[in-house]
Design a protein around this ligand. Structure first.
Ligand SMILES: [Zn+2]
Length: 82
């Protein structure tokens, strides 16, 4: 769950993990820890047709979520980190 300074700003004010509710560390508008963000718009063949779902997870909660997968998440190496 993200809050910005104002509607027209993209400067982060606050991010909370949707699973545990912990506020993630932000300094000068920049997130100082990693955050897993998921966003999806459900389509015609869903009961959630046309709704956008979005959430943020801290790294610990991401680990808990993927630990419940029957098939592990695909993990690859990135050579350039942003
Ligand atoms: Zn969390």
């Amino acid at each position: 769950m993200r809050k910005y300074l104002n509607q027209n700003s993209r400067e982060l004010q606050e991010i909370k993990c949707n699973m545990c509710g912990r506020t993630m560390r932000i300094e000068n508008g920049y997130l100082k820890e990693d955050c897993f963000t998921a966003e999806h718009v459900f389509g015609y063949f869903s009961a959630k047709d046309g709704t956008r779902h979005r959430f943020d997870l801290c790294e610990s909660c991401y680990d808990k979520m993927v630990a419940g997968f029957a098939i592990p998440a695909e993990v690859g190496e990135e050579t350039e980190l942003v």
